[in-house]
Each structure stands twice: as structure tokens, then as C-alpha cells.
Design a protein around this ligand. Structure first.
Ligand code: APR
Length: 274
């Protein structure tokens, strides 16, 4: 009971900070999608906890022989853990945490979401101002010009691509890869630029369901706090960001975020134009 009272006090305090802030953004991690059935990467049951953290040369190996990479990935039976992870993502639906963020965006409280998640659930939930810093699993991207396609759209444009590997960009003939950022792959410049600009504008950052261990994303909260902004963390566990957080809501996002929205509505009312 005491934990619940403490959590509610944190939610109330966080709501006040957010309402008083000029420009609130969010940095989001795998914890937000746990309630949608997608395991995290680290911690109990995490994909990397089971498989080990991948080496940092994934992108280097891809560039060394993109044809072989595509042949292997189009035809291989990946290990059961990865298959289970992929199946969980395929059937996942947005949860109350995603919908709470849509709500905060509609209230003109949440200005931008930087998500590390590749599961596309923010878009399915209805969020508009989202930057996918680690890409989106349903897209392909040209490594040369950053042109992106929905997978299905690409299949329409390049019917023959699976017979002519690696797929090439029909604009600049660059090599095409999954949009998901590989280990060792630089974040596409335009994506990183948007994240840096949003972080510079923010005077409050919600750090939601992330272990805050993978850079450059993990650096954004301290960017905000170093310019006087506030950090509000929502995570059942401690992370390297927790000590710098103005407020820490120690609870799962699927429960905490809807309560935070209710608290904010209690302060400003339901009408964003009020
Ligand atoms: N609600 C909120 N947070 C949760 C919940 C939940 N229901 N369940 C777990 N968490 C928290 C964990 O405590 C942990 O801090 O979510 C975090 C998940 O951490 P990671 O598995 O490391 O996921 P993430 O931070 O998104 O990883 C960053 O690492 O491998 C790369 O590209 C991958 O984007 C990913 C990046």
C-alpha cells in the first residue's frame, strides 16, 4: 500500500512539472511495449539476456557482403528466441501506455516522442510526432540517400528484388537494407538531427521504459537537464538516469502513464485549447 501511495505522489508531482513546462518530449524504450507482449532486451526475460548482447560489427558485416547478408536473412531459420521475438512483434497491439502518449500529444502537452522501439506501435496507436531513432521494422532504407519504403511498397516497386540481391534504391542505386539500425550502424543523419533539435528545445523529458544504456539516445536526458530542464523517469527499476531524475515514477508504463494523463487533465481540464 505504501508503494502505491508513494507512486501516486510521484505521479502528482510529475503532472505539475509537466503542466508547468514549455516543451515536453519523451525518450521511449522497450519497457513501453512489454504490456503488448514484446519482451525487453535486457533484464529478466530480455532478448539479449538470453542470447547475449550482439557484437558491434553487425553493420560492418552487412556492408562487407550485402548480397550474402540478404541471402542469409531471406532464407535462414533464425534461432527460436529471435523467431519468438519476431512473432511477438508481429501480433503486438498498442497498450494503454501507447494510448496515453497519444492523449498527451492531443492535449498539446507532449511535443515529440523519440522512440528506440522498432515495433511501429506508436504509429498504430495514432501518435504523430515520433522519431524512430533505431528505425522501424516494417520499413526498408537506402544506406546512401536514406530513402525509406514500407516493406509492401518496396515489393510493389521492385517485384524482382528477391532474385536480384542486394536490393538497390530506385533513386540513387544505393544498397537497400532493413530500416532497423544494426549494431555498429550510425544513426541516419536526418534522424539524429531531429533528435538533437528536439532535445535542445525541451525543458522537460519523460524517460519511459528504457535502461538508458544505449547511446546516443541515452545521452538525451542529461542534455535536457544540463540546460536546466527536468527529467521525469517512468520505470519499475533503477537506471543510470534515475539519480538525475527530478521525479521517478516507479511503476509499469501501462499503469503509470494513464494515471499521469488523468492527473494532468485534472489540472488543465480535458480541452487542450483551454
Ligand atoms: N514499464 C516500464 N518500464 C519497464 C516495464 C514496464 N512494464 N518493463 C520493463 N521495463 C523497463 C526495464 O526496467 C528496463 O529499464 O524497460 C527497460 C528495458 O530496457 P532494455 O531492454 O535495455 O530496452 P531499451 O532501453 O529500449 O534498449 C535500448 O538497445 O539493443 C538495443 O536497439 C535496442 O532499442 C534498443 C536499445
Amino acid at each position: 500500500m505504501e508503494m502505491e501511495i508513494k507512486k501516486q505522489k510521484s505521479i502528482s508531482a510529475a503532472a505539475k512539472i509537466i503542466v508547468q513546462s514549455r516543451y515536453t518530449i519523451a525518450l521511449i524504450g522497450a519497457g513501453l511495449s512489454v504490456e503488448s507482449g514484446i519482451p525487453t532486451f535486457r533484464g529478466a526475460g530480455g532478448l539479449w539476456t538470453k542470447l547475449g548482447e550482439p557484437p558491434n560489427n553487425g553493420y560492418e558485416n552487412f556492408l562487407a557482403d550485402p548480397k550474402a547478408w540478404w541471402e542469409q536473412n531471406l532464407n535462414s531459420e533464425v534461432d527460436p528466441e529471435r523467431t519468438q521475438f519476431r512473432e511477438a512483434i508481429e501480433k503486438a497491439k498498442p497498450n494503454p501506455g501507447h494510448l496515453a502518449l497519444v492523449n498527451l500529444e492531443k492535449l498539446n502537452i507532449l511535443k515529440h516522442q523519440i522512440t528506440q522501439n522498432i515495433d511501429n506501435l506508436h504509429h498504430i496507436a495514432g501518435s504523430k510526432n515520433v522519431t524512430e531513432i533505431h528505425g522501424n521494422r516494417i520499413k526498408l532504407r537506402c544506406v546512401n540517400c536514406d530513402m525509406r519504403w514500407h516493406r509492401d511498397e518496396f515489393d510493389q516497386i521492385r517485384l524482382d528484388w528477391k532474385q536480384n540481391l542486394p536490393p538497390k534504391c530506385n533513386t540513387c542505386l544505393g544498397i537497400v537494407k532493413p530500416d532497423t539500425v544494426m549494431f555498429g550502424e550510425p544513426i541516419p543523419f536526418s534522424t539524429l538531427n531531429t533528435c538533437v533539435n528536439e532535445t535542445r528545445l525541451a525543458d522537460c523529458i519523460l524517460v519511459i521504459g528504457t535502461s538508458a544504456t544505449v547511446y546516443p539516445a541515452a545521452g538525451f536526458p542529461r542534455e535536457v537537464s544540463s540546460s536546466g530542464g527536468k527529467i521525469i523517469e517512468i520505470n519499475p527499476e533503477e537506471t543510470p538516469i534515475s539519480e538525475a531524475a527530478t521525479e521517478s515514477i516507479k511503476g509499469p508504463t501501462e499503469d503509470s502513464l494513464p494515471k499521469l494523463v488523468a492527473e494532468i487533465k485534472g489540472i488543465i481540464g480535458d480541452d487542450p485549447t483551454s
